[in-house]
Design a protein around this ligand. Sequence first.
Ligand code: AFP
Length: 283
Amino acid sequence: MQTIFDTIKKVAIKIDHTIKTEDLGYSDSSNTSGEEQLKLDVKCDFLIEEAFKDISIVKALVSEEKEGVMELHEGGKYTICYDPLDGSSLADVNLSVGTIFGIYEGELKGENLVASAYVVYGPRIELMIATKESKPMHYRAQEGLFDFIDEVSLDEKGKLNAPGGTQQHWCDYHKTFVDDLFAEGYRLRYSGGMVPDLHQILLKGGGIFSYPGTSDKPDGKLRQLFEVIPFAFMYEQAGGQAINDKGMRLMELVPAHPHDTSPCFFGSNYEINALKEAYGVQN
Ligand code: AFP
């Protein structure tokens, strides 16, 4: 597994350089979800594919930017599902973006995730890695090398509220839940980039990130394999919770298709328990 983490570190530096030096325009292609691809999306996807293609323990790659599974090594142990540049549309307004990696062993479902990692490309390049044996481990790059900073834990209750999705399409009880947190004094922290938004809550002690099912997107927007399950693992390893709108752990998701989405809520225990009550799904 260390070879995979070392490869993530190397490709993160290359992606950061690409973001800061290459064309931000649109390519003439779309991804599986029908979204227009930025040239950056395509280039970052290529960099990750190149980085992993010769690593024998990697059985296959599944990219948010492509259809299907890219088989690499028949005897490989791990399948890596990744979002090469999440929030890429924010790059051209100079906001932070990120890359997300889910490392699976066997069938592609929540319980088979064995590790996850994400990279934040912002004023600094930061990396978070979580395994079953550890809390999330926080790293920061200096001159192209990542230094370990600390292990990360969520407080029981935080101060930050990151409410995603189009508010006009929220159901009434979700809007009431979000408004009640603000009435309690929570601070709004939402950039539209899942990686920096969830990174901030992890590092600032806690709170909640929500991307609910909405009237226009009943199954939510965020993809299970590439975004939801990897961050659910991060948050659970940090001592928090990660559930869907039925109160089910996101780590129990079994995607029917690699690009399936799910309503998702990640946060400290107090906020997630409050959400369960608002949604009437206390276990
Ligand atoms: P893009 O990759 O299209 O910029 O979307 C980013 C994202 O998938 C995720 O990073 C954000 O949390 C979420 O979408 C924001 O969606 P809304 O703009 O609907 O809140």
